[in-house]
Design a protein around this ligand. Structure first.
Ligand code: GLU
Length: 463
């Protein structure tokens, strides 16, 4: 942890949901702010009036809240700062560091067809109808200090004079960002490297205003396991989707932190406090990071196991009522002891909140009929095994995992079968499917009467 307090910002454009890449950017900024004892600004970059919507803003705020990432200033709306942007634009115009120009994209293209040099426009008088404002790119080189890649220098002579304000006086994105980062006293800009080509423009604006740019860190893009740029094809793509797929926010933070950054000791499971203490830009790599939902699932499973039972039940019940209200009713109708016992036996196995119900539903409803599982395990010779099992379970006393196991185990030797040959048919008989929590625990929570009657039913069906 450095002793300097950093001031960072997360600056989403509200043109859609918060995607995983954006969430990682938000998290890294948050970790640096918290780790340095500094602060985080949430700035909504809504200068694109057509594509920015209030709904998207709400969605992004909800996603940040779900991730439990808080901010110290904001949300500020960039477009509400138009007056301030206008002020600084006039400063550049007055100093002749920007000029009015009628050049269109076609003019620029035509000139660029003739030479490799950057476009320089023909100034026209201020107030000329329809004239935009272009920044005068000075001679020389522009250096971007990037904490991940080192200094990057850009040759100004090949840089076009960029439009920084439209004919109607509204400023363009790269200008607004530069002014806001200055005004807000941002010390470090941490964002995706898809912004790298914007950075020299923003730095030139700042330098032409006589100001010192912040430090930059451009994060490598996220890819899917197939090496392609991350998209919906790779599974859940937005924070909302992760939430509705039953992931836990703490696990998502842990996983997102690892997309591009690694702890010094290569540890995978890090609490948020540990992340705040350990996270640094120096350990962010340059190569693209791979989003792998399998690994997220695994990490999430580890967090699921550690959840206190009360929180586990609360989160599970909330998730289930969103995903499947009828199932949520069936669960709620079970008595409190059964609910707790069911969650306890699922906790080892469930990697997400969504995994829980399929594992425990047989304890609250009649088991579904999984024909495939039935055909796979109910082989010739299964019937006598199940008859023995039902008889043993009638005697098991108390009806608890250890004594249930003790009463079933002798059947293995007596019939000369392997554990799977006995326990898988029991599993299918009581739960309907081939996957359940541990068989002895499952039988115990289900209770003697239901267990025996479900096994008897299977025996009847096998006749
Ligand atoms: N608004 C930009 C985006 O959502 C981020 C700009 C920045 O961080 O400077 O991609």
């Amino acid at each position: 942890m450095s002793s300097e307090k950093k001031k960072l910002r997360f600056a989403p454009s509200p043109t859609g949901a918060l995607h995983i890449g954006g969430a990682r950017t938000a998290l890294y900024n948050w970790l640096l702010a918290r780790g340095s004892g500094g602060s985080l600004v949430l700035r909504i970059e809504d200068t694109d009036r057509e594509r920015s919507t209030g709904e998207n803003v709400e969605q992004i705020l909800d996603a940040l809240r779900w991730l439990e990432l808080d901010w110290d200033e904001g949300p500020l709306s960039q477009h509400e700062r138009a007056d301030r942007h206008g002020e600084r634009l006039r400063e550049l115009l007055d100093a002749d560091k920007a000029y009015h120009s009628l050049a269109t994209a076609e003019t620029v293209k035509a000139q660029k067809a003739q030479s490799n040099l950057g476009f320089r426009g023909e100034p026209v008088a201020p107030g000329t109808e329809g004239a935009a404002v272009r920044l005068r790119v000075p001679e020389g080189t522009t250096i971007v200090h990037d904490e991940i890649r080192g200094d990057i220098s850009f040759d100004n002579s090949v840089h076009d004079d960029p439009v920084i304000a439209r004919g109607d006086g509204s400023v363009l994105y790269n200008f607004a960002v530069a002014i806001d980062d200055l005004d807000m006293g941002i010390t470090d800009v941490v964002r995706g490297d898809d912004h790298l080509s914007n950075t020299p423009k923003q730095v030139i604006v700042m330098e032409q205003l006589g100001e010192t740019p912040p430090r930059y860190a451009h994060l490598p893009l996220l890819h899917g396991p197939d090496g392609k740029k991350l998209s919906k094809r790779h599974g859940a793509a937005s924070v909302q989707e992760l939430a509705s797929a039953g992931y836990l926010p703490a696990a998502v933070r842990n996983y997102l932190a690892l997309l591009g950054w690694g702890a010094a000791d290569d540890q995978t499971l890090l609490s948020t406090d540990e992340l705040v203490r350990q996270f640094s830009i120096e350990r962010v790599g340059r190569s693209s990071a791979i989003f792998d939902e399998k690994k997220l699932r695994w990490i999430n499973g580890r967090y699921m196991r550690e959840l206190p039972l009360e929180e586990y039940e609360r989160r599970f019940a909330e998730q289930l009522s969103r995903a499947d209200p009828a199932a949520a009713e069936a669960f709620a109708a079970g008595d409190a002891e059964r609910r707790r016992a069911a969650l306890q036996i699922a906790q080892e196995k469930a990697q997400t909140l969504d995994d829980v119900w399929p594992l425990v539903r047989f304890l609250f409803e009649d088991p579904p009929n999984d024909e495939k599982a039935w055909r796979k395990v109910m082989k010739d010779g299964t019937r006598p095994l199940l008859e023995d099992a039902a008889a043993a379970l009638r005697e098991a006393d108390p009806f608890e995992p250890a004594s249930i196991e003790a009463s079933l185990a002798p059947i293995l030797a007596a019939r000369g079968v392997k554990p799977g040959q006995l326990y898988q048919p029991i599993r299918v008989a009581i739960s309907g499917g081939a996957v359940s929590p541990g068989i002895f625990e499952s039988l115990a929570v289900l209770g003697r009467d239901s267990a025996v009657s479900r096994i008897d039913r299977a025996v009847t069906r096998l006749r």
